[in-house]
Design a protein around this ligand. Structure first.
Ligand code: PLP
Length: 407
């Protein structure tokens, strides 16, 4: 008899985006003449940089020519991409990461989910609340969560991100084995300082834990004193791995390209207490289950590391950051407490009511859609997420409608 993985029965149905879509549809049916502006979008809206398009077109042509044809590539990615990644994304910021410590993939979502396959089932998992749901659900699937009750899984160590700690969680009392950190954070937009990350690095060293650092939004960091990579922190190479993505950096949400940086020093233990290399384990897993990101996609990604590519990607991020500033400044002017929106595309707003009441009011009165914070975890209740992934015109119009109709 074929049987299911029983862990899947513990997964909670996620109604967040279904409920949002239903409420928006109802509103539009009742108010066919009213424009609805979606400020909840977590997907990019600007087109690809021209350097990426040119590189992708050329790479496609390569595939049509016998002399430049490419079949299977290296599973870990082509050197033409791994080398500039190591140089531009790490070495240029003083982080000593080499090209052979980079594993190119087709997305940070799959990477953050797949990586936990190399960890023991009984590892204790610490994850932020509010959270990017992939960290939570993939560990439910793997059997690390325990039962679900009152909005939380019994075996997880929740790292509360609140106004009191400026949405950068404090160290837990309990020993965690696997620690998920995400900065700039989705959904709160908070960014940890070097001093704050150093505390986590020291904690991980002391407790023999591993930090899974998700830096999918690092391109939005413009304050140079803030770390873009955990490997800017001394001692991190032994105890951390880092996830990056081209999705938000250069609009690749539909193209699909990302990578994990895994230092060779990064260690993990077996039950006899012998040390193993995370790099070797992941290399083995990657070679076995992945046949590489596509050649045209990797060529397109590599193009952002040229002088023109750096300028074009900076311009795109500047555009979104401009939207984020408009959202943040306007909501603060109206009296709302906001985090993020600086060094991040997300603005996290204290609503003063329940998250869903605020959502309903915003939609009914202003025709503006946000994402209710409660959908990201219990600590998200009483907050809403606004996204900068929109046009300038719609962002400005949404803020105008909120100012005119809510007060
Ligand atoms: N990590 C975080 C925190 C995200 O918010 C997202 C996407 O929204 C991802 C990872 C997924 O990135 P990718 O498009 O590379 O799968």
């Amino acid at each position: 008899m074929i049987r299911i993985n029983e862990n899947y029965k513990r997964l909670q149905a996620s109604y967040l985006f279904v409920d949002i879509a239903r409420k928006v549809k109802d509103f539009q049916n009742k108010n066919p003449d009213k424009e609805v502006i979606k400020m909840g979008i977590g997907d990019v809206t600007r087109p690809l940089p021209s350097v990426c398009l040119e590189a992708m077109h050329k790479a496609v042509d390569d595939l049509g020519n016998i002399d430049s044809f490419h079949g299977y590539g290296p599973e870990q990615g082509y050197d033409f991409l791994r080398e500039p990644v190591a140089e531009f994304d790490f070495q240029a910021r003083g982080a000593d990461i080499s090209a052979d410590e980079i594993f190119i993939s087709d997305g940070a979502k799959c990477d953050t989910g797949n990586i936990q396959e190399i960890f023991s089932e009984d590892c204790l998992v610490a994850l932020p609340d509010p959270v990017y749901p992939v960290y939570s659900d993939t560990n439910v699937m793997a059997g690390r969560s325990g039962e679900f009750a009152d909005g939380r899984y019994k075996n997880y160590i929740y790292l509360d991100s609140t106004l009191e700690n400026n949405f950068v969680p404090d160290l837990p009392q309990k020993k965690a084995d696997i620690i998920y950190l995400c900065f700039p954070n989705n959904p709160t937009g908070a960014v940890a300082t070097k001093e704050q990350l150093k505390k986590w690095v020291d904690y991980a060293k002391k407790n023999k834990s591993l930090i899974l650092f998700d830096a999918a939004y690092e391109a939005f960091i413009r304050d140079d004193s803030l770390p873009k990579s955990i490997f800017e922190i001394e001692g991190a190479k032994e105890i951390a791995i880092e996830f990056r993505s081209f999705s938000k950096t250069c609009g690749f949400t539909g193209v699909r390209c990302a990578y994990i940086a895994i230092p060779k020093e990064c260690r993990i233990w077996d039950k006899e207490g012998n040390t193993h290399s995370v790099h070797s384990l992941w290399n083995r897993r990657h070679n076995t289950k992945f046949n590489g990101a596509s050649y045209p996609v990797q060529k397109a990604a590599a193009a952002i590391y040229t002088e023109k590519g750096q300028k074009e990607t900076k311009d795109i991020i500047d555009y979104y950051l401009g939207n984020a500033k408009i959202i943040r400044d306007n909501l603060i002017k109206l009296g709302y407490k906001c985090t993020g929106g600086e060094n991040s595309p997300y603005v996290w707003v204290k609503t003063g009511t329940s998250s869903w009441d605020f959502f309903d009011m915003l939609l009914e009165k202003a025709g503006v859609v946000c994402t209710p914070g409660s959908g990201f975890g219990t600590c998200g209740e009483g907050y809403a997420r606004f996204s900068a992934f929109n046009t300038r015109e719609k962002t400005e119009l949404a803020m105008k409608k909120i100012a005119e109709n809510l007060f």
